[in-house]
Design a protein around this ligand. Sequence first.
Ligand SMILES: Nc1ncnc2c1ncn2[C@@H]1O[C@H](COP(=O)(O)OP(=O)(O)OP(=O)(O)O)[C@@H](O)[C@H]1O
Length: 354
Amino acid sequence: MSVTKEQVLEALKAVSLPGGDPVTRDLVRALAAESGVVRFILEGAPESELTAMRPALEAAVRALPGVETVTVMIPAGPPKGMGSGPQIGGHPKPQPAGPQPVPGVRHIIAVGSGKGGVGKSTVSSNLAVALAREGKRVGLLDADIYGPSQPRMMGTYQRPASPDGHTILPLRAHGVTLMSIGLMLKEDEAVIWRGPMLMGALQQMLGQVRWDEYGPLDVLIIDLPPGTGDIQLSLCQKTQLDGAIIVSTPQDVALLDAKKALDMFRRLGTPIMGLIENMSTYVCPNCGHEEHLFGHGGVEAEAARLGLPYLGALPLALDVRVAGDAGNPIATTDSPAAEPYRKIAQELIAVRVV
Ligand SMILES: Nc1ncnc2c1ncn2[C@@H]1O[C@H](COP(=O)(O)OP(=O)(O)OP(=O)(O)O)[C@@H](O)[C@H]1O
């Protein structure tokens, strides 16, 4: 019979080291044990200490019946000049039961989608900017761990400072207080993470970031990863969310996935604040002809069917993509393409969810 993760953890726990065993010290990350092949990452202590303990840990795992190979990886240290900073992505720490508020934040809105590429990050950044332009104090958290895009969309790539090695100071761009998990990670790091570590990272983004660094926030917008995974689940169960906004394109397949996301939020008891149809119409910049490339009106019809608010349609516009890629969301401008975002921001303020 091949070895299990639990057996590997037990064996690692039994290795006595000067500072305590590596499992209790949370140094063992991304452990996988399949068909006799065991792999894990050692992280969370100085590289020299990790390198010194590696042979004993490998030997302990290799001694287990059913183990054929053991690979222990020690990631390279942070790039020069960045300092060690807080450790991101450890296992979640015990938290009080039930959804918790985020210090310095009045309202929290999650922006989700059933599938990737429908414009959830574009909507999050533009909505954040539009709300800020309406006079609200806004924060934006990029929780899309596998594909963080807010640094690019908001035009800021600086690694956030951490004066005490624990508290993380958010950045500021276009009048919005910003934090992205992408700014804290070494390249390719999150790709090897498993569920519990993702949740630990999210918990840190909410709890360790000083969200009121530039003044208390009226609203924090959370740009979720696409789909219905661990992050969404953990966020709804552990954080006091005011509600979720779902972005979909009018395509049937996107809408089908959006329904799954809606169902997940409903089951978790998170109110749906509204649905947005993105890439709704395409207006030719040369002749002004309007085309419904992905169909049209499906999201509004679905909202009506479910009795949920419909927040509006956003056109597919070259300006929107170019502005997003350049780090200046279209909502920072007075272009006609910024108008729908302003309307949605005003609508959210009018119904007092912000
Ligand atoms: N209304 C729009 N008009 C033109 N381009 C758009 C529009 N909405 C999004 N895009 C572009 O489509 C691409 C995908 O958008 P975005 O990253 O916002 O999607 P997403 O749903 O967050 O994707 P994922 O979660 O998979 O990263 C980006 O290049 C973005 O600039």
